[in-house]
Write a protein that binds this ligand. Sequence first.
Ligand code: MN
Length: 634
Amino acid sequence: MQLRNLLRKIESYNKNADFELIRKAYEFADKYHKNLKRASGEPYIQHPLNVAFILAEFKMDTESIVAALLHDTVEDTPASLEEIEKEFGKEIRELVDGLTKLNQIKSKEIRDAESIRKLFLATSSDIRVVIIKLADKLHNMRTLEYLSEERRKTIAESTLEIYAPLASRLGMYAVKAELEDLAFKMLHPDIYETFLKKFSNTKKERENDIKKIKNIIEKKLEEQKIPARIFGRPKHIYSLYKKMIQKKRTFEEIYDLVGLRIITDNVKHCYEILGIIHNEWTPIPKEFSDYIAMPKQNRYQSLHTAVMALNQPVEFQIRTEEMDKVAEEGVAAHWKYKGLEIKDKSFDKKLLWLRELLRIKKEKLPTQEFNDFLKTDLFGDEIYVFTPKSEVIALPKGSTPIDFAYAIHTDLGDRCTGAIVNGRIVSLRHELKHGDIVKILAQKEPKPKMDWLKIVKTTKAISKIRKFFREHEKILVSKPKKTEAIKEEISKSLFIVDNMAYKTKIAQCCNPLPANKVVAYLNGRIYTVHNENCSSLDSKDKSKIKPCSWNNIKNFELTLNILVKERIGVLADIINTIASTETSILKAVAKKPVKERAQIMITINFEDLEHLKEIISRIQKLMGVISIGLEPKF
Ligand code: MN
C-alpha cells in the first residue's frame, strides 16, 4: 500500500478533504515508526496506512483518516500528545488520545466481555474513536498469520467476544462479519475449510434457485412499477456455524438456506414488496419482523420475512437504500453525509440518532450528558459504576449503594451504612449513575434493614437481605411473647408491617390490591391489611394501626376472588386473560351464581408484584368484572 492509493481513494468520495494535512500525518507517522517493523517484516507504517484506507472505504472524514495514520505513534514511539496538538490541532489530539486510552483498558481486570464493550463506548467521548479502533482491529486480524499460534488464538478470542459485538452494536455489520470470519478461521481452521468447500460445491444450485425466485419477484415489481434491486444475500461462514450450533442442525440442513435482499426507494414500497412476497408464497409463521416500525437499538431498519418457495425456506430482507447503508456501515455511514445538504426530510429523521452523535461532538457536551445519552441509547437498562480500584460493576438502572455493596460482597452489603459517590457522601437511597465511582461506608456488625427491600434493585441484594432476616428471625421466633403479633418469614409474607414480616390477613371490607397504599391493624395477634383510606379504620384504636407496604415477593401463590356479572364464557375469558400473562393457574372454581352474580376463585402463581398488578389490571378490563379481591390460596 502506498500513500497515493489512500489519497486516490479519499478523492473518489471527498474532493474537499484536507490532503495537505493527511500527507503531513503520513510523514509524521512514517518518521516516528521509521525503524519499526511489523511481525510480517514490512515497515510499520503499512499498518496505520492500511487502517486509514479501511476508514476511507467507509468514506470517513479528514480527521478520522489523520487520526488513523497517527493512532500508534503516542503509544509506541517518542511522539507526544502535545506535539500532535501542535501539528494537527485539538480535535485530532483528542481522537489519538482516545485511541491510546482504549488500548490501556486491559481485559484482565474486567472479566465480563460485555462490560469491556460498554466501557469502550462510555470512555470514548467521540464515537469516531471506536470506529477507528475497529478499523485498527480489522487490519490486525487480516495480518494475524505472522504471530505465534498462541497469540493468534488469544487475539481471535477477544475479537469474537469484544470487537465483533461492538461492531454489531454500532450497526457496522460488514465489519462484524469480516472480523468473525477471520477469528473463526483462526480458532477452527479445519471447520472453516470444510464449510468453505461445502459452500462452494453447492453454489451453482443455490444460485439457480436465487435466479428463479428473483425473476418471479422482478416481474411482479415491474407490473406494479416499484423500483428495486434484488440480490442474493452474502452469508458469512461464522453465522452459519453459529446457526448450526444454536439450532442443533447439521451443516447440510443450514448451508443451503437461500437469502435474498431487496432494496427499494421508499418505506411504502418496502411494505408493498412484502405484500407481493406473502401473496406469492406461503409465509413461515413467526419469521416475520418489522424493524422499520420498530428499529433495533442501533437503528437498524428492515423488514424480515421467510417463505416457502421452491420447496425450501427462503429468507428476505426488504429495506430502502438509506436503511441498507446504515445496516452495512452503521454509525460510519453518517460521515458520508457530513457537510452535504440532505434534501429528503424523512431520511434526515432516520439518521437522527447518528446526527445526535455529531451534535454532541460539535457542542462538546459535558461527559456526563454524553454518558447519559449512551446509556439510554446503547446500554438500555444497565449502568456501569466503578470501585475505587477502577473495577467495573454492572447494575440495573436505579440501583443504590446497597445493591453495589451486595454486588461486591454479601458481608459488605450486610454492614453498609452509607457511601461516598464521586467524592461526596450520599445516603443509601441515592440512585447510582453511569460512570460513578463508589466507595461503601460500613460498620463492624451486620445490620441490614427490612426497609432496604423497598429500594434495592438487584435480586442478589433482595435475596441476601431476606436470608439475613430468615436466619435472624429464627432466633426471635424461638422465644415468642404471648402478647406479641405472630411473625412470619419474610419470603412468605405479602406485606411488610412496621419494617418486619408478620402474619397478615387481607381485609374483606376494602379489598386492597397491589396498586393501593395500605396500613395494618393489629387484631389479636394477627395484622389485618386495609386500604389506607378504609372507613372501617376510623373507629379503630389508632395505636394499633401500623405502617405497612407490599413486599416485593417472588414466586408466590394466592387466590383471586373475582365477582362477575353472569354471562356465557366469562370464566373462559378470565382464564384466557390470565394465561396470556404467562401465569400458571393452579386451581379455578366458579361458584353457583346468585342474583346473576357469580364468584370465581382462581389460584395462581405470580412471579413478582409487577406481574400480579399486570394480571389484575387485565382482568379488570374484562366485560362484566365487578370486583377483585386477594385471598390466601385455597
Ligand atoms: Mn494499531
